[in-house]
Design a protein around this ligand. Sequence first.
Ligand code: BGC
Length: 377
Amino acid sequence: MRYFILSSVIFLILSCNSDKTNTKQMNTIINKTSFGSTPYGAADLYTLNNANGIEVAITNYGGIVQAIRVPDKNGKMGDIVMGFDSIDGYLSTHPYFGAIIGRYGNRIAKGKFSIDSVEYSLATNNGQNHLHGGVKGFDKVLWDAEIIEGDNGEVLSLDYISENMEEGYPGNLNVNVQYELDSKNQLKITYKAKTNKATHINLTNHSYFNLKGSGDILSHELMVNADNYTPVDSTLIPTGEIANVKGTPFDFAKPTAIGTHINDENEQIKFGGGFDHNYVLNTHTIKDVIAKVFEPTTGRVIEVFTSEPGVQFYTGNFLDGTIKGKGELTYNYRSGLCLETQHFPDSPNKSNFPSTLLKPGEDYETSTIYKFSVSKN
Ligand code: BGC
């Protein structure tokens, strides 16, 4: 009997150990290296690797997704996001490559909103409007990073405390953003926040995708599951109207090459210099695909899932070849596309849009998944 108990215990210990080894091999691991210094302290680069060889590199400076390396239809790996090889590029002026955007992603008209009859004034860093959180948004701060254990292996967890009146926003805001890569090649970003005073919040990620790795994105085929979008004025602030996409260049209900209507004679296209508009998603449960991008020469595919009601589709219309990015690549006009999952622009001033108000005691939580795959057609 004693022998039986002893051997069972040994068996149990051995099987637990071998389970652990197997799980480790199946699951995502994170490698941490130094990424250089910033005025706020040293930044690191965290590379998430899954069992299929997919790699996602993220720095805690701005929570920036620095690289996403995925295979094409022939198994050739390539980096599908724009950005820089070193921290210096990110410290210089650039259009938010890969970054966490906050406290408010997208525009707020004239940088003003009122809460309980108190008017708040934010920085006007985009003509007369406020854009992407102001002069020093969440894309330009150093986040506290921690590697934690999740259901699919290691997860990168970033924390930042945005103080009361930072960039003009009320309330101390505690923000947590987690990046998780699973064995189905899904990169899930979860955003959480809490405030001690009513404030507006709209967090997103600003990755510029190019599934070919270079050149323009006009031959990428896009599907967006949205019957409606929010037209804008000439300063890219929504008019408040929810307009049907049918019969307009904005209709991506069926997969359509982005270049097909990007230069159409259309006032909205003119205001955006191409596509730079928020779509009102038909569904946003995180279970349904809200957008899909397919690049025919490489076969690379991205599917997007989100709990957010909108997505800003931006075609890099302000890229003008003045920025040299990774591997000395010149970032030309329309050489990247963004699918920024979000609440609608200027929601604080639009009572018919879903609210972005966060009150003390409430939990802000949203999530978005970018799923990478290949398809022959
Ligand atoms: C906006 C664009 C802007 C770009 C970079 C996008 O989210 O919609 O208008 O140029 O970000 O700032």
